[in-house]
Design a protein around this ligand. Structure first.
Ligand code: ADP
Ligand code: MG
Length: 573
């Protein structure tokens, strides 16, 4: 007779389902679950806040296609993880959250950290459940893992009553549930594919939009062949960047507004027509644009714009179908069309403006100067993680991605604070792939960094050689210089007069990293920036943080009409 505890059953069931990574914060009642996970061969990363732990677990889901697990304690622990669950669900990324909860015989009695956890998680997940006995744990875990990956991916929650963690059951009582296979792949309807091909062939100003659904479906090989065979221009969304390289001759990202506005046929591959794509509506789109929408979620079809053709299926498979349709008679969209020359002229004009701003040699630096030099030094295969308002918006246009799933950012939900959790996940994956792996570079606004800043301790503890670049403008959107701040402090109570957007000027985020044994650099000039980044990129022993002090009033190319529009535009494609 072999006895198993609830903790062991959860751990073994996760491992059986190929869940290889767990991020969490232990405490009563789930310490034993983390220990059992390690014993079962799951890598456990102890984090400093459950939100960041859940961001990390969901990034594993996006990067590998198999969910990571997030382990949290009851009540407040679970509530902190809800932000990460919501973010994962909005992004359509698989993640499994496991929450300890009160003992079954204390429920509704005012137990320690008692909270209606299963109910709370419903809003943030596809599936939320508490196993009714130890015996059903393997099938509940299998169902949660399957639900997180199949259909439109998302978050799933499993609640574990405290008294179940150490309760025991005989192994012979447990029905073995084998590993659930990768999601089944579906093709689009043949008639609809033929229709899509004929709409594409009649287009005067066609455009392919590549979203993070295309990245998630690993469509890069088929898509490259499709784009190069068809001759069509493409535009990536923020996390669609890198599915095809940003320097691909068909990439029209630098003419984004023009391409969206004037396209008459758009092939939409795994991107929702939400705020990121201005809802697909005027004034940013032609009111008569024909959309060929490709998605695996039927309910998504027709949101905001009724598609001319809806192709329901897996992007990788559907792109292959479209390729066959296009190839049949050797059709190709000409490179000498008016549309191509219009797009190319726009790209050249925009590049000129960015270059002028990038080459300004003022101190403090502006965003464009910083990103210009950073982009020159970053290795081609690095994974770029980016968040912040201006930092993310301007960084997206200047930091190229060359490989799929090599960019992670605030995403569909516009969540700030995701960066360090994502970086820890990516670095953990790189480490377990052996060798040095790829470089993980986190480009953060100073405000964005603050949300999860204590995770630098996690990076130092596990020796994860992440490079964090804090583009520090002393505030949210913008800040003030130290002198103005001192003057304001003399004038009166800062809570009455300091603009709500301000943060402490020239805060020493580099010293936060140094406090835990990482390397911190304070950077004011181009020379300091280049030398600090070069040093960080050769250091594989520890994480580094470059605290790059920029002009607190540095802004985007076009002066914005105000903070409101800046906030709304933040994170757009
Ligand atoms: P973006 O942020 O790039 O605009 P979204 O997150 O809005 O992208 O959209 C991604 C879309 O991709 C979702 O509607 C999702 O259902 C879809 N999707 C995810 N995986 C696949 C897949 N393998 N095949 C087809 N569609 C997918
Ligand atoms: Mg800032």
């Amino acid at each position: 007779m072999e006895e198993l505890t609830g903790a062991q059953l959860i751990a073994e069931s996760l491992k059986t389902q190929n869940v290889e990574y767990m991020f969490g914060i232990v405490g009563v009642p789930i310490i034993e679950v983390a220990m059992a996970a390690q014993a079962a061969g799951i890598k456990y990363v102890g984090m400093r806040n459950e939100q960041a732990a859940c961001y990390a677990a969901s990034a594993v889901g996006y990067l590998t296609g198999r969910p990571g697990a997030c382990l949290v304690v009851s009540g407040p622990g679970l509530i902190h993880a809800l932000g990460g669950m919501a973010n994962a669900n909005m992004n359509c990324w698989p993640v499994i959250v496991i929450g300890g909860s009160s003992d079954r015989n204390q429920e509704t009695a005012g137990a320690f950290q008692e909270f209606p956890q299963v109910e709370a998680c419903r809003l943030f997940s596809k599936f939320s459940v508490r196993p009714s006995s130890l015996e059903v744990i393997p099938s509940v875990v299998e169902k949660a893992v399957r639900a997180s990956m199949y259909g439109r991916p998302g978050a799933c929650y499993i609640d574990i009553a405290g008294d179940m963690v150490n309760a025991k059951v005989d192994r012979s009582q447990i029905r073995v549930v084998s590993c659930c296979p990768d999601p089944p792949v579906s093709l689009a309807d043949h008639g609809a594919v033929a229709e899509a091909v004929s709409v594409l062939k009649t287009a005067k100003r066609p455009l392919v939009i590549i979203g993070k659904g295309a990245a998630y479906s690993r469509a890069e090989t088929a898509l490259r062949e499709f784009v190069e065979t068809s001759g069509l221009p493409f535009l990536p969304t923020p996390m669609g960047k890198g599915v095809l390289p940003d320097d691909h001759p068909h990439c029209v990202a630098a003419a984004r507004s023009r391409a969206l506005l004037q396209a008459d046929v758009i092939l939409l591959l795994g991107a929702r027509l939400n705020w990121i794509l201005h809802f697909g509506l005027p004034p940013r789109f032609d009111p008569n644009v024909k959309i060929i929408q490709v998605d695996l979620c039927a309910e998504e079809m027709g949101n905001n714009v009724r598609p001319a053709v809806a192709l329901l299926g897996d992007i990788n498979a559907v792109v292959t179908q479209l390729l066959q349709g296009i190839c049949k008679d050797g059709w190709k969209y000409g490179s000498g069309t008016e549309w191509w020359s219009l797009l190319r002229n726009k790209i050249a004009a925009n590049a000129k403006i960015s270059k002028t701003l990038a080459l300004q040699s003022t101190v403090p630096m502006n965003y464009y100067t910083v990103f210009h030099h950073v982009s020159q030094l970053l290795p081609h295969d690095c994974i770029i993680i980016s968040e912040g308002a201006n930092t993310m918006d301007i960084g997206r246009t200047m930091l190229n991605n060359y490989l799929p799933r090599h960019r992670l950012d605030a995403g569909t939900f516009g969540t700030m604070g995701v960066g360090l959790g994502f970086a820890i996940a990516a670095a953990t994956l790189e480490r377990s792939n052996g060798e040095k792996g790829r470089r993980i570079v986190c480009v953060e606004g100073d405000s964005a960094f603050g949300f999860s800043g204590m995770e630098v301790e996690t990076m130092c503890r596990y020796n994860l050689p992440v490079v964090i670049i804090v583009v520090n403008n002393n505030g949210i959107y913008s800040g003030v210089d130290p002198e103005t701040w001192r003057e304001m402090a003399k004038m009166g109570d800062l809570t009455s007069i300091a603009p709500p957007v301000t943060l402490l000027p020239e805060a020493r985020y580099d010293e936060v990293m140094a406090a835990f044994g990482g390397k911190g650099y304070l950077v004011r000039t181009v020379e300091e920036l280049r030398s600090a980044l070069e040093l960080s990129l050769t250091d594989w022993q520890r994480p580094s943080l470059l605290n790059v002090l920029i002009d607190p009033s540095s802004d985007r190319k076009q002066q914005l009409s105000g903070l409101r529009s800046s906030r709304r535009d933040s994170a757009r494609a």
